[in-house]
Design a protein around this ligand. Structure first.
Ligand code: GLU
Length: 548
């Protein structure tokens, strides 16, 4: 047995599988030419945030556009930062937003796919087998430096204005002989496993990022940690092993990882793996005081995906909006193809913003108004009730008291060629629908009419109101009232001789509108009144008269 073989056995006595065996267990995928295998690989260190949802969307679109595979890997190697329920929240969020995975970790449900386990904490043996193989080749070694020793080296480097880290002459455990290392392991000293980096900092490496273009960075010469002292890998090492064995073709991830690409490419080379293609997604930005900054998990409530659920944005709206953020030509495409499903859009990584697209809540609201305007009455009613059950219990009671009435209110002005766009989110419903459930407390009467004019209108209208009338006869009735009370039935006529009248038929209907709803602007008033019914309308008109 060689010294390296002895060291490998002392370090990994229970590891018997070889890389070759894993290669055979996870063979190349049989996919059509050009199919991309991509993944979302979140760490359960918090709840789902917009950045992860966005990156997941980009991966999902890439897989769908190429008939590829979109899989989910849980990167749970940092147990200290793990948040209870984080993984479940991320999975539920992806499901809620329709990002169906083809393969991967599924929480309490059995994982899908043949390339698992898809949770890194279940893969310790795999990582260790590869490190064992690297030890045998002299490409990995145990490092016994204590945290104090490492910080002393760092201080020394800092004080001499040198690059910090574990490299070259500073990589002291590099030069331990196998015998020395074995002795220390046997003595029970804690250790990490490090890469013996073959890199040279004075060399530069070049790679083509599919979003950012060609990038040049110095080669890695740091003897990075592969396995921590508990045998659990670092992100870097796990990335190389997992993305290779899961046969990932494209790594699409946040651009905070660009600086690590030289390390990653080196790992792929040392391990004898073909590297994936990289595409680094710029973070979603926010404009504040005229400056662009990253959307912040700490400062911006809209960075949390829960925000959209609480506010009651339909997932459809958020997804539609994220598409406009992903590819700037999406909006033009949508205008030209209003009825096509989003999946028909030719998504392309190359069309993504290099510097980071701006997130704009007003724009999301506009997108969402369009989406809600095209939803059916039943869809809106169901979604609003589900939202209210969770976030507005008093409204839930009101809306479920009489479902036919609730559907009636959401059906007003819905379904026509020019639907109104009043609602951007379900939390707009209470303000929108208030007058369906309670009498106005204020009446913003038109300034140019006197209390007497208003009284005249309401008194004249009360006896002629008939809830059975359709929109046209309803308005004809209002026009019919006009001559007797000094108003002009036709706006055009009125404009010719404004001094001859108190106002026109539009003013009369405005007064009725304000009496019934307390607002100057509402959806179709005839529809509102017929839903409220004759008795309620009469009560409301009388209440308005009383309040004059
Ligand atoms: N766990 C890493 C993160 O959450 C994944 C990065 C990647 O996609 O490779 O940032």
């Amino acid at each position: 047995m060689t010294a390296l073989e002895q060291l490998a056995d002392v370090l990994f006595p229970t590891i018997t599988k070889t890389p070759e065996e894993y290669e055979a267990l996870y063979p190349a995928r049989n996919l059509k030419e050009g199919a991309r295998v991509v993944r979302i690989a979140p760490s359960p260190t918090g709840y789902l945030h917009l950045g992860v949802l966005f990156t997941a969307t980009i991966n999902y679109l890439t897989a769908r556009a190429t008939d590829g595979v979109f899989y989910f890997r849980l990167e749970d190697t940092d147990k200290k930062r793990e948040v209870d329920g984080g993984a479940a929240d991320i999975l539920a969020g992806l499901r809620q937003y329709g990002l169906q995975i083809d393969e991967g970790y599924q929480g309490d449900d059995a994982p899908i796919g043949n390339y698992g386990p898809y949770r890194q904490s279940d893969r310790a043996e795999i990582y260790q087998a590869y490190v064992k193989a690297l030890v045998l080749q002299g490409l990995a070694y145990p490092c016994f430096c204590t945290p104090d020793e490492l910080s002393a080296v760092r201080e020394q480097q800092d004080s001499q204005k040198l690059r910090t880290g574990y490299y070259g002459a500073y990589a002291t455990c590099r030069s331990l002989t196998s015998e020395q290392a074995i002795e220390k392991v046997r003595a029970g000293l804690p250790y990490v496993m490090r890469l013996r980096s073959p890199g040279d900092e004075s060399h530069r490496i070049k790679f083509d990022d599919m979003i950012k273009g060609t990038i040049e960075i110095p080669e890695n010469d740091q003897d990075i940690v592969l396995l921590k002292s508990d045998g659990i890998p670092t992100y870097h090492f796990a990335h190389a092993i997992d993305d290779h064995l899961m046969r990932t073709t494209h790594v699409i991830r946040g651009d905070e990882w660009i600086a690590s690409v030289p390390t990653h490419l080196q790992l792929f080379r040392v391990l004898g793996f073909k590297p994936p293609k990289y595409a680094h997604v710029s973070p979603i930005m926010k404009e504040e005081d005229g400056n662009k900054r990253k959307l912040s998990k700490r400062k911006d409530p809209e960075a949390a995906v829960h925000f959209y659920t609480e506010q009651g944005y339909p997932p459809e709206s958020v997804m539609e909006y994220l598409h406009t953020v992903a590819n700037s030509d999406y909006e033009d495409w949508r205008r030209a193809n209003p009825d096509k499903p989003r999946s028909a859009f030719p998504f392309n990584l190359k069309k993504m913003s290099v510097s980071g697209a701006l997130f704009d809540l007003n724009k999301l609201n506009d997108v969402s108004k369009n989406i809600i305007a095209t939803m059916t009455t039943d869809e809106v009613t169901d979604a609003v009730i589900a939202w209210a059950a969770e976030y507005a219990p008093a409204w839930h009671t009101l809306l479920t008291r009489d479902i036919a009435f609730t559907k009636g209110l959401f059906s007003i002005d819905r379904g026509g060629p020019k639907p109104r766009k009043d609602l951007a989110k379900w939390s707009d419903v209470p303000a929108y629908a208030e007058y369906f459930f309670q009498a106005p407390t204020e009446y913003p009467w038109p300034e140019h009419l006197s209390a007497d004019d208003i009284r005249t209108i309401l008194t004249a209208y009360l006896p002629v109101y008939d809830p059975a009338q359709d929109k046209q006869t309803w308005f004809e009735t209002i026009k019919g009232l006009c001559p007797a009370i000094g108003f002009c039935p036709e706006v055009k006529e009125y404009k010719k001789q404004p001094d001859a009248y108190k106002g026109h038929a539009g003013d009369v209907s405005t007064v009725i509108r304000i009496a019934v709803t307390g607002r100057r602007n509402t959806p179709d008033l005839c529809g509102i009144m017929s839903l409220l019914g004759k008795d309620v309308v009469a009560e409301l008109l009388n209440a308005a008269l009383q309040a004059l």
